[in-house]
Design a protein around this ligand. Structure first.
Ligand SMILES: Cc1cc2nc3c(=O)[nH]c(=O)nc-3n(C[C@H](O)[C@H](O)[C@H](O)COP(=O)(O)OP(=O)(O)OC[C@H]3O[C@@H](n4cnc5c(N)ncnc54)[C@H](O)[C@@H]3O)c2cc1C
Length: 457
C-alpha cells in the first residue's frame, strides 16, 4: 500500500462494529474516515432503543473501544447485565463517538452512495490493487463529494433494507403504494410510537424473535387500550417454531417468550393466520387490505413488517465482490451461517482471510457481512474488524490468528452434533473448527430452529 499510505481508510457506518473498526485503525496508527448516514453514531440501534439485547454487556463491548474509553473516566457497565438498545448507545457508543480521536474523524449525515476505484470501473484490472478507492458521499449540506481512501471497511449494517412483505423475495403487488400503512420493523408500540397503534387493528407479519417481541408488547398495549386488535400472519403452516420449546427450551428467555405468545394466541388476544404468504396490498380509505396467495383477505389499519433484512449491495456495484449466491455473505462465510441449515449465532471465529474480496483492501464486516442470515453477534463483528485492520496494516500474522471466545447458543448446545451441520468450505477451515469453543453461556439469536429452516418442516 506504499502509494496509498497517506490516505485514510474509510469506515462506512458508525454502528458498534464501524466504531470498533475505527478504534483498531487508530491503535495501528492508521487514519479512519467514518461516514455515518444518520444524525448520530448508532443511528440504526436508535430505531430499536426500546428493545433489550439478549447478550450481556461483556459480549457487547469491543476491546479496542474499551481501551480508548477507559482513560476518559468512562464507567464500565456491569458485565452480566442485558442492556437495552438505548443503553448500548448512551453508555457505550455515544461516549466512544465523543472521544476526540473518533469524533474528529466521524462525519454524520453522510450517506455513502457508491464505492469504486479511482479512474477505473469494475472491468479494469491493471494496477487495480494499488489504485485508491473513491467513496462517493452525500453530505448533510446536500453536496455530493468523492473521497479518496486507501481501503474501505463497509460496516453499514442491514437495518435500512428490510425484506419485502411479498413472497418470492419481491414486494407484494401494491406494497410500495401502501407504504404509509407500513410501520418500521420494530416500532416502540407502548412508548414512542404508541399513537400509531393504540385502538387500531394491527397486523404483524413474520415468525422470528422480532415478531414475538412486538406481538407481546402489542398485547400489553391492548390491555390498556382495549380497542387495539392484534392480527398475526405467518407464512408457514404453524407458529410452533416461534413458540420454541416452552419450559424445556434450551434458552429460558426464549421459552418464556414463546409460552407467553402461545397463551395469547390460545386466549384469542392474538388472531393468528398461518400459511399466509402475502401476494397483494390494496390501500383503503382508512386502512389496507392484505391478500394472501390463496385469496384470503385481512383488512387492517397498519402493518408491522418483521420480515428480516438484506444487505444493500447497490452501493458496491463497481467493486469486485465474492459473495455466497444464497446468503449474500462473503463466499467462505455463507455456508457457515446459511439460515437453511443454521439457527445459532455461533460460527467459527473468522477474520480478514474469510472476509476478503477480489478487490484488495475492501471488506464487508458486521451485520452486513452476514448478508441475509439473521444470526450475527457483535462479538463476532469485533473479532472481524480486529483481524481486518491487522490485514490492512500489513500484519498478516495478527490478521490470521483469529481468536474469539464466542459462547454457544442454547440451540447449538442442545442439538448434540451442534447446528454446524453443513460441510465447512476449505476457506473456512483456515480458522478454528465450527462451534469449537462451547461455553455454558447462552447468547445467540434465539430463532428456535434446531437445524435452521431445513430442520423445521
Ligand atoms: C432488535 C435487535 C436486537 C439485537 N440484539 C443483539 C444482541 O443481543 N447481541 C448481539 O450480539 N447482536 C444483536 N443484534 C444483532 C447486531 O449485533 C446488531 O444489529 C448491531 O447493531 C449490528 O452492528 P453493525 O455495526 O454491524 O450495524 P448497525 O448497528 O446497523 O450500524 C450500521 C450503521 O451504518 C449506517 N449506514 C447505513 N447505510 C449507510 C450508508 N450508505 N452510508 C453511511 N452510513 C450508513 C447506519 O445508519 C448505522 O448507524 C440485534 C439486532 C437487532 C435488530
Amino acid at each position: 500500500m506504499d502509494s496509498l499510505k497517506n490516505l485514510p481508510i474509510a469506515v462506512i457506518g458508525a454502528g458498534p462494529v464501524g466504531l470498533a473498526a475505527a478504534a483498531y485503525l487508530l491503535e495501528r496508527g492508521l487514519q479512519p474516515l467514518i461516514f455515518e448516514a444518520g444524525p448520530t453514531a448508532g443511528a440504526a440501534i436508535e430505531q430499536w432503543r426500546h428493545i433489550r439485547l439478549f447478550s450481556p454487556w461483556r459480549f457487547n463491548l469491543d476491546a479496542a473501544a474499551v481501551r480508548l474509553l477507559e482513560p476518559t473516566g468512562w464507567v464500565p457497565t456491569r458485565p452480566t447485565a442485558l442492556p437495552y438498545g438505548g443503553e448500548l448507545i448512551d453508555n457505550y457508543l455515544a461516549p466512544l463517538a465523543a472521544i476526540p480521536a473518533i469524533g474528529s474523524r466521524l462525519q454524520t449525515g453522510a450517506r455513502v452512495l457508491a464505492v469504486t476505484r479511482q479512474g477505473m470501473d469494475k472491468t479494469h484490472t491493471r494496477n487495480r490493487g494499488t489504485t485508491p478507492f473513491v467513496v462517493r458521499v452525500e453530505h448533510q449540506d446536500g453536496q455530493v463529494r468523492d473521497h479518496a481512501v486507501a481501503g474501505v471497511i463497509d460496516a453499514s449494517g442491514t437495518w435500512s433494507t428490510r425484506n419485502p412483505l411479498g413472497t418470492s423475495g419481491l414486494p407484494a403487488s401494491g406494497e410500495e403504494s401502501a407504504a404509509e400503512r407500513i410501520a418500521s420493523p420494530l416500532p416502540d408500540v407502548t412508548g414512542r410510537d404508541r399513537g400509531t397503534f393504540a385502538g387500531r387493528r394491527v397486523l404483524v407479519v413474520g415468525a422470528g424473535h422480532s415478531a414475538a417481541n412486538t406481538l407481546i408488547n402489542l398485547a400489553g398495549l391492548a390491555q390498556e387500550e382495549p380497542d387495539t386488535a392484534i392480527v398475526w400472519a405467518v407464512r408457514g403452516p404453524s407458529a410452533e417454531k416461534v413458540y420454541g420449546g416452552g419450559d424445556a427450551d434450551g434458552l429460558p428467555a426464549r421459552g418464556q417468550l414463546g409460552s407467553r405468545l402461545r397463551r395469547l394466541v390460545e386466549a384469542g388476544t392474538i388472531e393468528l393466520h398461518t400459511g399466509f404468504g402475502i401476494s397483494a396490498l390494496k390501500s383503503l380509505d382508512s386502512g389496507v387490505s392484505v391478500e394472501s396467495v390463496d385469496g384470503r383477505l385481512l383488512d387492517v389499519d397498519v402493518i408491522i413488517p418483521c420480515t428480516g433484512f438484506r444487505p444493500d449491495l447497490d452501493i458496491l456495484r463497481e467493486l469486485r465482490l465474492s459473495l455466497d449466491p444464497a446468503v449474500e455473505a462473503p463466499t467462505g462465510l455463507g455456508p457457515l451461517i446459511d439460515p437453511e441449515f443454521h439457527s445459532c449465532g455461533t460460527v467459527a471465529p473468522h477474520g480478514a482471510k474469510l472476509l476478503a474480496h477480489p478487490d484488495k483492501d475492501f471488506y464487508i464486516v458486521g451485520m452486513k457481512s452476514y448478508g441475509r442470515a439473521p444470526t450475527f453477534l457483535l462479538a463476532t463483528g469485533y473479532e472481524q474488524v480486529r483481524s481486518v485492520v491487522a490485514a490492512l496494516a500489513g500484519d498478516q500474522a495478527a490478521a490470521d490468528t483469529v481468536h474469539l471466545e464466542l459462547p454457544e447458543t442454547g440451540v447449538c448446545s442442545t442439538d448434540g452434533g451442534t447446528s454446524c451441520d453443513t460441510p465447512a468450505t476449505p476457506a473456512a477451515t483456515q480458522d478454528a473448527g465450527c462451534c469449537s469453543a462451547p461455553e455454558p453461556v447462552l447468547v445467540g439469536f434465539p430463532t428456535g430452529l434446531a437445524h435452521g429452516r431445513s430442520g423445521s418442516n
